[in-house]
Design a protein around this ligand. Structure first.
Ligand code: KG4
Ligand code: ZN
Length: 341
């Protein structure tokens, strides 16, 4: 007997993408609609929270309608509404949460609040049907750098995290400093293609008592000091070389910490997730590390690395299956911790 399909309508609005998706049985993405605000925030050199919230309100109904249309399904056919309720910008999160609660109440459809980082991790399930816990996952996004042990669906243990800037934040700040602008990650990756990764020896920070923790603020300062030094000495600034050297420094630290964890925890599978995981140099570095350590490597396609609602639908499915339901008192939690509930 075939089991009945479980259909999830997922909503994501934690930062600067308004997104909705329909996901069937956890891994089958029927639609994935993303309305990006990048062009709007580029005018200001970064995400302006108040503008992000207002734009989410304008777009949210449109993206939901489109996600249902592309999936060829009606709202009434959904088994649950999955929505990101944290972490993220509070005003932005509230738009998605309020929308999900309104639909849940009006249609009598169960509500499942999803942790944004869990969503990023779950993006790996979409194109890797054979991937199942346990595995290690490095989540590298604009707000987070977490090395996580995924021991089961919905069971996460944070082994290490950044002590200061997130990896994506470092990309964004360095891009701004060298005049590449916003969004920093893709612009640095593009510039780095023309540059020499060994042109400038930037520091690779290690944290003595916490081998899986990260620190990127020293690297950011080193880039700023290097730029100041060049200006004082009248040395021309070669954007591409700085971009390539910075990207190599970030990648080396992420890869070496991941290698250590893979060895220490004897994991057979390793995955990456989050916006920075769409970086080609990082993907290549991790693939090579996994090959040399003899572990299987997983990564979502770039479209599932950066913020999207399909990944929220996947996470919501496993939460739903585990019996998780939220009430209409579900609230946005801007600093929600992973594994907190
Ligand atoms: O996961 P995400 O879309 O949003 C958060 O949850 O933060 O990640 C956005 C971050 C930004 O800092 C952006 O600069 C970075 O991911 N990013 C990249 C690339 N594409 C996006 N970083 C490096 N290389 C890329 N190709
Ligand atoms: Zn994200």
């Amino acid at each position: 007997m075939t089991e009945r399909e479980i259909r999830i309508l997922a909503i994501e609005s934690s930062c600067d993408e308004t997104a909705a998706a329909v996901v069937v049985n956890g891994r089958d993405v029927r639609s994935n609609v993303i309305s990006s605000q990048i062009a709007l925030h580029t005018l200001y050199g970064g995400v302006v929270p108040e503008i992000a919230s207002r734009k989410h309100i304008e777009k949210i109904n449109q993206v939901i309608t489109q996600a249902l249309e592309e999936a060829g399904m009606r709202l009434e056919e959904m088994d649950a509404i999955g929505v990101t309720y944290g972490p993220g910008l509070v005003g932005a999160l509230l738009v998605g949460v309020a929308e999900a609660k309104a639909i849940s109440y009006a249609k009598g459809i169960p509500l499942v609040g999803v942790h944004h980082i869990e969503g990023h991790i779950c993006a790996n399930y979409i194109e890797n049907r054979e991937l199942e816990p346990p595995f290690l996952c490095l989540v590298v996004s604009g707000g987070h750098t977490h090395l996580v042990r995924v021991s089961d669906y919905g069971t996460y243990e944070v082994l290490g995290r950044t002590r200061d800037d997130a990896a994506g934040e470092a990309f964004d700040k360095v891009a701004r400093a060298i005049g590449l602008g916003y969004p920093g990650g893709p612009k640095i990756e593009m510039a780095a293609r023309e540059g020499n990764p060994h042109a400038v020896e930037f520091p690779r920070a290690k944290i003595a008592d916490a081998p899986y923790d990260f620190s990127f603020s020293g690297l950011k300062s080193a880039v700023l000091n290097y730029l100041n030094g060049c200006r004082q000495k009248g040395i021309p600034i070669v954007q591409a070389d700085i971009a390539a050297s910075f990207q190599k420094a970030v990648t080396d630290v992420l890869v070496e910490n991941a290698r250590r964890a893979v060895r220490e925890f004897g994991m057979e599978r390793f995955a990456i997730a989050g916006g920075v995981a769409s970086n080609g140099a990082l993907r290549e570095g991790m693939r090579e590390m996994c090959r040399s350590e003899g572990v299987a490597f997983y990564s979502p396609s770039p479209v599932f690395c950066t913020d999207n609602a399909a990944m929220i639908g996947v996470a919501a499915y496993y939460d739903f299956r585990n019996g998780k339901r939220d009430g209409l008192d579900l609230n946005a939690v801007p600093n929600l911790k992973l594994g907190a509930r």
